[in-house]
Write a protein that binds this ligand. Structure first.
Ligand code: TMP
Length: 212
C-alpha cells in the first residue's frame, strides 16, 4: 500500500471538516493526488447507513426504544467496512493521499468513552471491519467543549448525537485525549480554539513534515 491515510478527529463543532478541506486544497495545489471523504458515509450505501444512524427521529415512534449502543456501533462499523472496500483501500493502493473526516478513533471516543462500550471489544470489531487499514497520521482538533457546542447551535445543524448532553461531549473529549496520550506519534493534537488560518497553517506544517 503506497498511499497515505490521514484522518481528522475531534468533537462536534471543532472545525475538522473545514480544516480537512483546507489541507486537501493545499496538497492538491502541491500536485498530490488527494481523496476527500468522511465517516460515517463516503459511499452510496455507507451514506444510507449514515442517514439511519444520525436520524433525529430515530426512537421517536411511540413504543420504540432508543437505538441500543451496540446497534449504533455495528452501524458505524458496517458503514466503515463498505467505505474501506469501495473507497479507501483502492485509493491507497493507487498511491493517493486519503483525507478522512473521522475513523476508528471516533468509534473509541463516542461508542467507547461516551457510550461506555468496552474498549477491547470495540478494538477487535473495528480491526475486523477495517481489514488491516489504519491511519498513518491523525489530526485531533481539541476545542473547549461548550464553545464548540455553541458553534454547532449557531450553525443550526444538529443530528442525533449532536443533541446529547454536555457530559456526553465531555466524555468524548476525554476519550480522544486518552487516545492521543496512548499514541502520540500518530495523533497530533491541534489547538482548534485558534483562528481557522492559524490552525490550517499548523496542520500544513505537520503534513509537509510527514509527507516529505
Ligand atoms: P460528523 O458530525 O463529524 O459528520 O459525524 C457524525 C457523528 O457520528 C458525530 O456525532 C460523531 C459520530 N460518530 C460516532 O459516534 N462513531 C463513529 O465511529 C463515527 C465515525 C462517528
Amino acid at each position: 500500500m503506497c498511499g497515505q491515510f490521514i484522518t481528522f478527529e475531534g468533537g462536534e463543532g471543532s472545525g475538522k471538516s473545514t480544516q480537512l478541506a483546507r489541507l486537501a486544497d493545499y496538497l492538491e495545489k502541491k500536485g498530490y493526488p488527494v481523496v476527500r471523504t468522511r465517516e460515517p458515509g463516503g459511499t452510496v450505501l455507507a451514506d444510507r447507513i449514515r442517514a439511519l444512524i444520525l436520524d433525529k427521529t430515530e426512537g421517536a415512534t411511540p413504543g420504540a426504544a432508543p437505538m441500543d449502543p451496540k446497534t449504533e456501533l455495528f452501524l458505524y462499523l458496517a458503514s466503515r467496512a463498505q467505505h474501506i472496500a469501495e473507497v479507501i483501500r483502492p485509493a491507497l493502493e493507487a498511491g493517493k493521499i486519503v483525507l478522512c473526516d473521522r475513523f476508528t478513533d471516533a468509534t473509541l471516543a463516542y461508542q467507547g468513552a461516551a457510550r461506555g462500550l468496552p474498549k477491547a471489544e470495540i478494538e477487535s470489531m473495528a480491526r475486523f471491519a477495517a481489514q488491516g487499514i489504519a491511519p498513518d497520521h491523525t489530526f485531533l482538533l481539541q476545542m473547549d467543549v461548550s464553545k464548540a457546542l455553541a458553534r454547532m447551535k449557531a450553525r443550526g445543524a444538529s443530528n442525533r448525537l449532536d443533541e446529547e448532553a454536555l457530559q456526553f461531549h465531555e466524555a468524548v473529549q476525554r476519550g480522544y485525549t486518552a487516545l492521543a496520550q496512548a499514541e502520540p506519534k500518530r495523533i497530533v493534537v491541534i489547538n482548534a480554539n485558534a483562528p481557522i488560518p492559524v490552525v490550517a497553517a499548523q496542520i500544513q506544517e505537520q503534513a509537509d513534515a510527514f509527507l516529505s
